[in-house]
Design a protein around this ligand. Structure first.
Ligand SMILES: [Zn+2]
Length: 83
């Protein structure tokens, strides 16, 4: 099942969709409009019934989508991981 706006704010969905992928098939996540729920949903790009997402391991650069490099929060996490 996708994640609905009552579980996550739209802005967070957009952020999560950028650096996470589906935990079931590894496909990209997309933020879509749900007419049923009259709100946005965060869903697997391949199969809307897939649930869950995982952080993408690779630091992939999407040309044009990164405005300010690595967000401070992620940088802190990297520091923790790398010691
Ligand atoms: Zn999936």
């Amino acid at each position: 099942m996708p994640i609905y706006e009552d579980q996550m704010a739209y802005e967070d969905m957009v952020r999560v969709s950028r650096d996470h992928c589906c935990s079931e098939c590894g496909n990209i996540l997309t933020v879509a409009w749900s007419a049923d729920r009259n709100g946005y949903v965060l869903r697997c790009g391949r199969d809307i019934t897939h649930a869950g997402y995982v952080k993408e391991k690779k630091q992939t650069m999407y040309p044009g989508s990164h405005v300010g490099g690595i967000p401070a929060k992620e940088y802190k996490e990297m520091e923790k991981e790398l010691g």
